[in-house]
Design a protein around this ligand. Structure first.
Ligand code: C2E
Ligand code: MG
Ligand code: MG
Ligand code: MG
Length: 280
């Protein structure tokens, strides 16, 4: 529209940019303080073995509530942490806390932890992970690292070397948000993952959408034929669960089973869950 051009509009744009830059700078400053004060904590969301109906793991998800009581989502602060390099300290702190928390869980329950694509460039990444395990006394086989396709794109061979080193030590490797990246299938050819996590954008709608359902079916078949376990994220309704079960999905995650919770809610959660299962 001709009216929206002109000098006034440019000034408005400039003001908008200034606000955006200022907001971003103040968030970055707040994030620095939050990391220093250990105000960002891991919450844990249950992973359910769909064949046995048992909790087989928890995914650590970072949670930050600021001084005013506002919760700032990881989709906002993880990005800033990645761009500023703060992700390294944040990662070490959260992983160490999570390994410590996981010690209290039954031995068959694993800890899943997200690693950012930018961390693949950190030459000390594996050392940091092994340190967190050793310091807290958590066996490597109880840790699962979740990475997205983007982690492998920049430098596939060195990323593969990092994953191999972790895998040789017993750490499991999951491909997160499967199906949303540019090259999901070539990633499967390039690296032997232990698990693929089908992105929640597929689980959320596929029952109402025949094409989406066929895609999920194909992803699960792919997992089966490659001998890779499959997890479906974002299960919110029983009908989604039933359908995924029929299709042979191994593990489920979503609000239907439980939301991310602080460490001290896990024991009561497991207790309540066992009681309901026993009563069924
Ligand atoms: P992700 O690793 O794919 O984690 C799953 C996301 O789906 C989480 O969002 C979780 O809360 C959400 N979710 C789980 N079940 C349901 C459901 O039934 N319905 C819906 N609508 N959502 C569900 P969250 O916690 O906001 O985290 C978003 C992303 O931020 C994560 O995606 C992960 O990529 C990143 N992230 C979170 N914590 C960390 C961390 O400690 N380190 C790194 N590097 N990334 C993290
Ligand atoms: Mg994840
Ligand atoms: Mg995911
Ligand atoms: Mg995701």
């Amino acid at each position: 529209e001709a009216k929206s051009r002109g000098p006034n509009n440019y000034l408005a744009f400039e003001a908008w940019m200034r606000d955006k830059v200022a907001l971003r700078a103040s968030l970055e400053a707040k994030l620095r303080v939050a990391i220093k004060d250990k105000a960002i904590r891991p919450f844990y969301q249950p992973l359910i073995d769909l064949k046995t109906d048992e909790v087989c793991g928890f995914e650590a998800l970072a949670r930050w509530t600021d001084d005013e009581g506002n919760s700032i989502p990881p989709s906002v602060f993880i990005g800033i942490a990645e761009e500023t390099g703060l992700i390294t300290v944040l990662f070490e702190d959260l992983l160490s806390q999570a390994c410590h928390d996981a010690l209290a869980w039954d031995d068959h329950i694993t800890l899943s932890f997200n690693v950012s694509p930018v961390q693949m460039e950190d030459r000390l990444l594996t050392a940091r992970i092994f340190k967190a395990l050793t310091v807290n006394g958590l066996p490597a086989h109880r840790l699962e690292i979740e990475i997205t396709e983007n982690a492998l794109i920049q430098d596939p061979s060195s990323a593969a070397a990092v994953l191999d080193e972790l895998h040789d030590a017993g750490v499991q490797i999951a491909l997160d948000d499967f199906g949303t990246g540019y090259s999901s299938l070539s990633q499967l050819a390039n690296y032997r993952f232990d698990k693929i996590k089908i992105d929640k954008s597929f689980t959320a709608t596929y029952r109402d959408d025949e094409r989406q359902e066929k895609i999920v079916r194909a992803m699960l078949a792919l997992g089966l034929s490659l001998n890779i376990k499959t997890t479906a994220e974002g299960i919110e309704e029983p009908r989604q669960l039933n359908h995924l079960l029929e299709l042979g999905c191994d593990v489920g995650q979503g609000y239907l089973f439980g939301r991310p919770m602080p460490a001290d809610e896990i024991a009561p959660f497991l207790h309540a869950r066992n009681r309901t299962l026993a009563a069924e």
